[in-house]
Design a protein around this ligand. Structure first.
Ligand SMILES: Nc1ncnc2c1ncn2[C@@H]1O[C@H](COP(=O)(O)OP(=O)(O)OP(=O)(O)O)[C@@H](O)[C@H]1O
Ligand SMILES: [Mg+2]
Length: 313
């Protein structure tokens, strides 16, 4: 604290990766029986496989997410909820990885009634209704955690959130054993934003220009760039406090080869035989930057799916 940025190592210490997460602590009396909806994280976690096989080009984010999520879920008595802040350019997998996390915690995955997705432009479009949003959001979180303490809340488009709205989550993220009779210590909060994207991209570009392997990029190479931009008024919120957010997780801009992987995955998901030539063709049609090097896909993998649809007729 006080040095301008939060150290990510907070969440990395003392995790017990690989331990079976037992569903103790869920109230048997909960009327909707959350336990029925959940899935055990097995010792050889399927989250690890998902991150390895489905998330492309994000070795830094993958590692932190895996350690943070498995460490948290295997802790029977977490002192505070897990709060992750995912940052980076568009189309690099932030929303996607949130879904993967949900898929590995709840039996119904991202469709579980215990996974709550808020998108700034969809749920909180009007700046002048901040007061209403705040009280609704507070009630919503409280009510849902009362029903299932392993609830998950995803806040998308943090950069577009009306100032102040997100502050209502603050008391929930703290180390309080109970608030109004509800314990929030087992819930998960994930914040998604593009904050820090330019700095992350610059770092990735510097590595590329020096001919260094992308995989050599370490969290510490990104930490300062993340902190500078993140703390630069982005949340417009007092959430930016080392005690509240457990980890700032950087997402790197994606390269051509990652887009090819995305297209191939998309083909597979549609039950088609992945076709490398076809994937190459589609990936080549996307826009890359910066000029003239054309290293990174401007929209990451975001357009590759739709693109594929357009071209497959
Ligand atoms: N790193 C990745 N690995 C695999 N697939 C990816 C990756 N990044 C993006 N995709 C694919 O592209 C789609 C769009 O990405 P996603 O919505 O996760 O981007 P985002 O980082 O949330 O972008 P934004 O900042 O615009 O919200 C995903 O649903 C997924 O299919
Ligand atoms: Mg997104």
């Amino acid at each position: 604290k006080g040095n301008g940025y939060c150290s990510i190592t907070l969440v990395l210490g003392g995790n017990s990766v690989g331990r079976v997460w037992l569903l103790r602590g869920l109230h048997a009396s909960d009327k909707e029986k959350p336990a029925d909806q959940m899935q055990l994280m097995s010792p050889v976690s399927s989250l690890k496989d998902d991150l390895k096989n489905k998330l492309f080009g994000q070795h830094v984010a993958s590692e932190i997410i895996f350690k943070a999520v498995t460490g948290f879920m295997s802790n029977k008595n977490p002192k505070k909820p897990l709060a992750l802040s995912l940052h980076g350019p568009t189309g690099t997998g932030k929303s996607f990885v949130s879904q993967l996390i949900a898929d590995n915690i709840y039996k119904k995955g991202r469709d579980s009634q215990f996974v709550h997705l808020f998108s700034a432009t969809h749920h909180f479009p009007h700046q002048d209704q901040t007061a209403t949003y705040k009280s609704q959001l507070q009630d919503w979180i409280k009510g849902n955690v009362r029903n299932c303490e392993r609830s998950m809340f995803i806040f998308d488009e943090m950069d577009k959130m009306p100032p102040g709205v997100i502050d209502v989550t603050e008391p929930f993220l703290d180390f309080y054993p109970r608030l109004d009779g509800v314990s929030f210590q087992k819930s998960i909060f994930i914040f998604l934003s593009n904050a820090g994207a330019d700095n992350i991209t610059q770092t990735a570009l510097d590595f590329w220009k020096k001919g260094r392997d992308r995989k050599e990029i370490k969290l510490k190479d990104l930490e300062t760039s993340l902190s500078a931009s993140v703390f630069n008024g982005f949340f417009q919120s007092s959430l930016i406090d080392c005690d509240m957010l457990d980890a700032f997780i950087p997402f790197l801009p994606l390269e051509y080869r990652h887009v090819v992987q995305c297209v191939m995955a998309e083909m597979k998901a549609r039950g088609l035989q992945p076709d490398k030539d076809e994937a190459d063709k589609l990936a080549r049609d996307l826009v890359y930057f910066p000029k003239p090097e054309n290293v990174f896909a401007k929209s990451g993998c975001k357009t590759s799916g739709t693109f594929y649809l357009l071209h497959s007729d």
